[in-house]
Structure formats: structure tokens, C-alpha cells
Design a protein around this ligand. Structure first.
Ligand code: NAI
Length: 328
């Protein structure tokens, strides 16, 4: 039997946590033959609720679940972690400026980065889900100098999946027929879902769609503003779909992308495609043997260039803002 993989989940008592933990415990995160031990981190006021969720996890009798431990201390929660899902974050409340939001999240992601640096396993892989995800990931990474920078990622897989669904609907195909779609930039309204390199059943997606107006006025804003549309309809933000995307992100990172396809992940830039080095920005990415690589050599047309640049500019501004606040 294999040694269990330690998976630390922050914000475990939140709505994404509730949709996520059962899927991890059932084997969907890492594989149907990989036992997992869950290490849940919550703020003290939410520990009791996390305990309730742990009771339900027990009651599922998942054969792969080796144990659940609950902490309100980051150093303990990340001790020995092989995979860390940083979901808990400070949401934007009414009247909160962007600077306040970044500062409040710096107070969460700085100590979590330090705790990862201090005690996580050598093979630690970090996915930040909590918003502003790219910049929170950057803050954590900057406080974990002993961990290779490429182990810190942020989630744009939900945007990727949303784009797949919209494109499949428009063209009347199954999402499984679509390959090589890309989300570029920030997980925010400036993100750019790019279909110019995508393929639908082997044909170029932009040519199959052949509708520039739909692309500019419908597809891109629908994907970028989907989060707000879910809140409007559901009265609460995306939770099950966000959890599902987190499962996809880590599963793909660990188990690899399919031949002839790629995925979207926000990863540390090496300067590819004009994205300033060090920013955690979404790129087309292939994965193999637990490592990611940015897809190289794609031609970026003018339509795409403007949109990528705008989203990346926002990421640079966020980085400058957290620098000014002394958070990195
Ligand atoms: P939620 O408010 O239901 O749950 C958040 C949980 O985090 C709460 O239980 C809270 O007690 C906990 N928490 C707060 N500070 C913490 C800390 N320092 N350590 C540990 N736990 C802490 O929120 P929900 O709906 O689960 O969303 C979580 C985050 O994910 C939000 O920031 C949301 O904006 C973000 N999100 C990101 C998406 C993406 O695509 N990247 C998609 C959807 C949501």
C-alpha cells in the first residue's frame, strides 16, 4: 500500500471547501489509487464547522481517506504538506478599496507562505484559489524562498472550463472535442480567453466559429463576467464549479496533459509572450511528470496582443501595490 499524500486545504469550512473535500477524499484529485490525508486550516471561529464536515467525511467511509486533521495554525496545517489548496481568503466587502483588499489578503498569504517554507514536504505543489488569486499566490511565493517558485500557481482553470462550455455551446460540439484553448493573464474581468489556437475536432476554432463579433462582444465578456452572473442567479458565488476546477488543475499538474492538448494555469512568468518575469500570470501550459511548461512559439495576433497586455498590466499594478504595502 502507498503512503498517503498530505493535502492541506485552507478555508475548509467555506462553500468551496464543502464542494472540494469530498472529491479529494474520493480520489478525484490525485487518482483512484492514491490514499490521501486531509489537513484542514480554518480561522478559530470556523473550526467547529470544519469539524462537522470532517464528521461527514468519516460518514462517507471513503477507502482512500487515511485521516482528517483540523488546525487553526498555519505552521501546523502545512507541516508535511505535499499538495496545498489555498482557498480561504478575505472577500471584498462593501466600500473596500483594492488596496484594503490586497492588504487584508497579504495578512493571510504571507504567513501561509512562511508556513509552507518552514514545513511543507520537498515536493509541495501549491494552488491558490482565494482571490485575488494570482497576486495572493505571488505573496505566498515571495515568503517561501526555499521552495522553487514554479511550485506556486493560481487557478484560471474555472475560466478555462467556462470558455470550453461556451465554445462547445456555440459550435454544437462536445467539450471533449475542443483542444488548446487558452486563458491569458489575471483571474479577473480582464482575463483573455483565446480561441485562435484552439481546435475543434482538429479544425481551427476561430475559423469554425467565423464570427468576430460573437468573439469580441459575447464570448469574451460572457467568460470574463461569468462569476458575477452566477452570483446574480444563485445568490452566492461559484462553489461547486470552482471546486471542480481546482480538482482539474491539480489532477492535470500531477498526471499530465493529454498529447496534442494543453491547459490554462497561472504560473510564474519567465518572460514568455512579453509577460514580465516573476508575475504569476495565466498561460497555455503542458504538464508532465508533475512539472509544467509554458507552451512556446505561438503566434499572437493583434486582437490577442491588446487583450493579453491589458490583463498583464493589471497584474503588474497589483504587484506594485503589494510592494508598496510592504507585502512582498
Ligand atoms: P467562503 O467565504 O464560503 O469560505 C472561505 C473560508 O475561508 C471561510 O470558511 C473562512 O473562515 C476561511 N478563511 C478565511 N481566512 C482564513 C485563513 N486565514 N486561513 C484559513 N481559512 C480562512 O468563500 P468561498 O466561496 O469558499 O470562496 C473562497 C475563495 O475562492 C474566495 O476568495 C473566492 O473569491 C475565491 N474564488 C476563486 C475562484 C477562481 O476561479 N480562482 C472561483 C471562485 C471563488
Amino acid at each position: 500500500t502507498r503512503t498517503p499524500v498530505n493535502v492541506t486545504v485552507t478555508g475548509a469550512a467555506g462553500q468551496i471547501g464543502y464542494a472540494l473535500l469530498f472529491r479529494i477524499a474520493s480520489g478525484q484529485l490525485l487518482g483512484a489509487d492514491v490514499p490521501v490525508r486531509l489537513r484542514l486550516l480554518e480561522i478559530p471561529q470556523a473550526v467547529k464547522a470544519a469539524e462537522g464536515t470532517a464528521m461527514e467525511l468519516d460518514d462517507c467511509a471513503f477507502p482512500l481517506l487515511a485521516g482528517v486533521d483540523i488546525f487553526d495554525d498555519a505552521t501546523k496545517a502545512f507541516d508535511g504538506a505535499n499538495v496545498a489548496l489555498l482557498v480561504g481568503a478575505r472577500p471584498r466587502t462593501k466600500g473596500m478599496e483594492r488596496g484594503d483588499l490586497l492588504e487584508a489578503n497579504g495578512g493571510i498569504f504571507k504567513p501561509q507562505g512562511e508556513a509552507i517554507n518552514a514545513g511543507a514536504a520537498d515536493d509541495i505543489k501549491v494552488l491558490v484559489v482565494g482571490n485575488p488569486a494570482n497576486t495572493n499566490s505571488l505573496i505566498a511565493q515571495q515568503h517561501a524562498p526555499d521552495v522553487p517558485a514554479e511550485r506556486f500557481t493560481a487557478m484560471t482553470r474555472l475560466d478555462h472550463n467556462r470558455a470550453l462550455a461556451q465554445l462547445a455551446k456555440k459550435t454544437g460540439v462536445s467539450v471533449a472535442d475542443i483542444k488548446k484553448l487558452t486563458i491569458w493573464g489575471n483571474h479577473s474581468a480582464t482575463q483573455y480567453p483565446d480561441i485562435f489556437h484552439a481546435e475543434i475536432a482538429g479544425k481551427n476554432a476561430a475559423e469554425v466559429v467565423n464570427d468576430q463579433q460573437w468573439l469580441a462582444d459575447d464570448f469574451i465578456p460572457t467568460v470574463a463576467k461569468r462569476g458575477a452572473a452566477i452570483i446574480e442567479a444563485r445568490g452566492a458565488s461559484s462553489a461547486a464549479s470552482a471546486a471542480s476546477a481546482a480538482i482539474d488543475h491539480v489532477h492535470t499538474w500531477v498526471n499530465g496533459t493529454a498529447e496534442g492538448d494543453w491547459t490554462s494555469m497561472a504560473v510564474v512568468s519567465d518572460g514568455s509572450y512579453g509577460v514580465p518575469e516573476g508575475l504569476i500570470s495565466s498561460f497555455p501550459v503542458t504538464t508532465k511528470d508533475g512539472k509544467w511548461e509554458i507552451v512556446q512559439g505561438l503566434e499572437v495576433n493583434e486582437f490577442s496582443r491588446t487583450r493579453i497586455d491589458a490583463s498583464v498590466a493589471e497584474l503588474s499594478e497589483e504587484r506594485d501595490a503589494v510592494r508598496k504595502l510592504g507585502l512582498i
